[in-house]
Write a new protein. Structure first.
Length: 340
């Protein structure tokens, strides 16, 4: 029903407007007493044979929702009804920011893909903290943190520490985003020296806590093999808990959409089916060359159980969906779990 009736209607409208419209109605129905349970009945798969235990956290299933869908933690409880094993909020920055000018979100329907250049648009970390304190769902939540656009790279650590301190008591683990292509110079923080310094700073504060929280690094799919080897070294040296592979790509090769349309869209990160192969390659490279020394969460082009299995077979411990949720609809988690 979603793909034959609802999606064609939604895809006639601006993607960002549709996103806010859908979130509004999810919030509306969440407040009606019997609706959340009805949604759970239709879209959850409560089998227990796919449970995971990773870095001390229990995951009811291995399929999570990637960052970017619920940047400001406005719909945690509503999204939990659809059976996700965990939800990643953000990217959150210390101060609220509007992000890049609109239009900044584009569908590539023939490619089952999306290009976005949102630019860390969010209401600021403190607003998300207030919402998370009020949530009723017990779903595992990851907090994805970044720096404000106006913060120079030499002061980036301060921004990440603000996000870390603010979210510590309301999330289960952290994701460090230095790989978005939509904030100027952000990806420079993936270089070995600044990244090591950033992660060591976060780990120092983390280890001061009575009970530390897992910290994962989200990396770009556009890194070279040498850079990926640096990532393996950095994870070992800083003793962070794992890697999320991967963020969106700046590559545009092999797309079905015309070159003219791609040029008209302009800059941004590409997600969805065209990213699937490269993200799996990165997962496999990290797993093989580290001797599976750390957990990996795989994301990029996951639409079906076969897509998820490909990531898991390559070395991922958990898998996330984002663009697949938009194209496949609210039954995506249930369908993947059945297939697995």
């Amino acid at each position: 029903m979603y793909k034959t009736l609802i999606r064609p209607i939604l895809f006639k409208f601006d993607p960002e407007k549709v996103h806010h419209w859908v979130f509004f109605w999810m919030g509306f129905f969440q407040k009606i007493p019997f609706i959340p349970n009805l949604i759970k009945r239709f879209f959850r798969d409560n089998r227990t044979d796919l449970k995971r235990e990773l870095f001390g956290i229990h995951f009811p299933n291995p399929i999570g929702l990637a960052a970017g869908m619920d940047k400001d933690a406005v719909a945690i409880d509503a999204l939990a009804n659809f059976g996700f094993g965990f939800i990643e909020i953000g990217t959150l920055t210390p101060k609220a920011q509007d992000g890049n000018p609109k239009k900044r979100l584009f569908r590539l329907i023939p490619d089952k893909a999306i290009i976005n250049r949102m630019g860390f648009n969010n209401q600021g970390v403190e607003v998300a903290v207030k919402r998370l304190k009020k949530r009723k769902s017990s779903i595992v939540v990851a907090g994805n943190i970044g720096k404000n656009k106006g913060t120079p790279n030499e002061n980036a650590i301060d921004d990440y520490l603000i996000g870390f301190y603010a979210l510590f008591d309301v999330v289960d683990f952290f994701v460090i985003n230095v790989s978005s292509p939509n904030t100027p110079n952000l990806r420079a923080l993936q270089d070995k020296e600044p990244l090591t310094k950033l992660l060591n700073s976060l780990q120092t504060e983390n280890n001061k806590k009575d009970k530390r929280k897992p910290i994962l690094l989200k990396i770009a799919p556009d890194l070279s093999d040498d850079q990926l080897m640096d990532i393996i070294t950095i994870v070992k040296e800083t003793k962070i808990d794992g890697v999320i592979a991967t963020n969106t790509t700046i590559e545009r090769t092999g797309l079905q959409v015309s070159k003219q349309k791609i040029e008209a869209i302009g800059n941004g990160g590409l997600s969805g089916k065209p990213l699937a192969k490269r993200s799996t390659e990165v997962i496999r490279f990290l797993a093989k060359n580290s001797n599976k020394a750390f957990p990996i969460i795989g994301v990029g082009g996951v639409y079906t159980a076969a897509d998820a299995k490909e990531k898991l077979d390559a070395g991922a411990d958990l898998v996330q969906v984002f663009t697949g949720f938009i194209y496949e609809g609210p039954s995506i988690v249930k369908n993947i779990l059945k297939g697995l």
